[in-house]
Design a protein around this ligand. Sequence first.
Ligand code: ADP
Ligand code: MG
Length: 452
Amino acid sequence: MNNNELWQSVLAQMQLYISKANFATWFQNTEITLKENEKVVISVPNAFSKEWLSNKYYKLMLKTMHDIDNTIKELEFTINPQSLKNFATKEIIENEKINIEQLKFDEFKINKETNLNPRYTFENFIVGSFNELSYAAGLAISENPGYIYNPLFVYGGVGLGKTHLIQAIGNKITDNLKKKKVKYIPSEKLISNIISAIRSNTMESFKASLAPIDVLIIDDVQFIAGKIKTQEEFFHVFNSLYEKNKQIILSSDKPPNAIPELEERLRSRFEGGMIADISLPDYETRLVILKTKLQEKNLKLPEDILEYIASNVKKNIRELEGALNSLLIFSKTNNNAPTIETAKKLLKGFIFSPFDVANYKKIIEVVAKFYNLEEKNLFNSTRRKEIVRPRQVAMFLLRKELKYSFPAIARKFGGKDHTTVIYAYKKILRESEENNKLTEELNLIKQRVYSG
Ligand code: ADP
Ligand code: MG
């Protein structure tokens, strides 16, 4: 078996263990370059892939190879800059220094050309299993915009780092690939620009202003739900950039297939590249985030307080930062770190009692918001598809998460026959076992119900 055949069979095995998206991210542009004695040398496109593969997949790869050829006992990774445009680690470290310096001065200096805030960088973006795929995809794109994943669609709940990540991509491209024209546009701004262009009959010049852009970043694209005119114009903007291999990066609070009232052709464009999610960081990661943020500021807080924050502030990273800052302000004004008792008092506003996390009100509120409905719509006795499905989801969650009885749920929904509720429950249960889209929707909804 030659090196290429060996590698192909390793890749075939690896595909069984990891998701398709992860596989594409980590194993694109890799190969065996050398097999010598007991060692196999694998070349990877950049320092990041090297670190990732050697930390996460080393054992699995070695085992797979060893099973094929039992003389193989060791793997080594080398970076092959030819595979992709490569910015070596040294450069990243140098950038890091500059960026930390910059942070102090440019906190709110938004670049007028790009609209980017320089405070959002990869260097201060913490990576864990909750955001690793989005991070990896973003980093790959920043090194070779337009050619790897187009568009990149990043989704996740509020305060979890979508804006940070997509702006970091933009900042990195602006810093390293000076000729590329990057533009960050929050979708509220995009919508209002399009509406005023329609009103003043200046659509052509609005489009012309976007034509020279190499990297277009649209934040919170879910806001275009239901905006028919905006969607139509955005579709054309999207196509004309896409056809020229210009990079498009989108963020949203839900995946494309869960954005209500989104034109089918636009949805399929959004789904045409890489879709990557950001979920909630776990306890360990929350602790790492707190410690890293303190380190960046060169400040300290006692370990027990950090553990207290990490175990109680679970909603998102923005709240973690908020909790940390309120303790830091206390420390500064009192010239001393708070005691754990004081910290608990100071953090009251950030902490949710386990009893009021998932309740009836919360489930109704989250389900309605997720499907862009008003709460009262859920209780309409209509057969309209856009309402029937969300209503069934609400019934399902009341049963599943709160253990409400079927008749109790029926009463909440205007005294329906409880067999209707049983039907809804079973339908959602069955479909969620067969249908990834629904499973994913339920997960996102539950995540929001339980994160306060
Ligand atoms: P979103 O756009 O998803 O609502 P943001 O990007 O605004 O969230 O993030 C909220 C706050 O948390 C910001 O101050 C951001 O810098 C910080 N943050 C989010 N994710 C990370 C991360 N992975 N590492 C460091 N800081 C983060
Ligand atoms: Mg945001």
